[in-house]
Write a protein that binds this ligand. Structure first.
Ligand SMILES: [Zn+2]
Length: 152
């Protein structure tokens, strides 16, 4: 159990994701803490390091050919809570992904902290690794949002 909400329902992208997030909020659990995550994990573990677990994003962004999530294996919400050695391992994880998926280029992003600023859906620290699908028929550039949308 966690003492405060760890999902931000304002920042969901897919209807099924909202349902899952509502259930998480009701249960009062952190979906990315390893006990909880492995209980409900739907996607394969690709890399299991000391600090990071790499898996597919259950809800990949549109126009991505590769969209992976590296989840920090301890509960942390702010970059200040992360061991610097985890940064080195994260590069190793993404190098593995680049080789495994033969990624010619792309990007990675890690939101952190207050979700009003990060626009993150899950506060538990995770990094996203993305290769855009530039050959898709409906291709548009992949954009990453930082900062919550203004309420109308
Ligand atoms: Zn957690």
């Amino acid at each position: 159990m966690v003492d405060k909400p760890v999902v931000d329902l304002d920042n969901y992208r897919e209807p099924e994701q909202l349902e899952v997030m509502q259930q998480i909020q009701k249960d009062g659990v952190c979906p990315f803490c390893m006990d909880e995550f492995t209980k409900h994990q739907t996607e394969e573990t690709l890399f299991d390091g000391k600090y990071w677990l790499l898996t597919y994003n259950r809800w990949p962004y549109k126009n991505t050919k590769v969209h992976l999530l590296a989840i920090y294996k301890e509960h942390a919400e702010h970059i200040l809570e992360v061991e610097p050695a985890a940064g080195a391992e994260l590069i190793e994880v993404f190098q593995w992904a680049s080789t495994h998926f033969t990624v010619p280029g792309g990007g990675f992003v890690m939101r952190f902290g207050d979700t009003n600023y990060s626009a993150g859906s899950v506060q538990h620290l995770h990094a996203q690794f993305i290769q855009p699908d530039i050959d898709a028929a409906t291709y548009e550039p992949v954009r990453v949002k930082l900062g919550k949308s203004r309420k109308e």
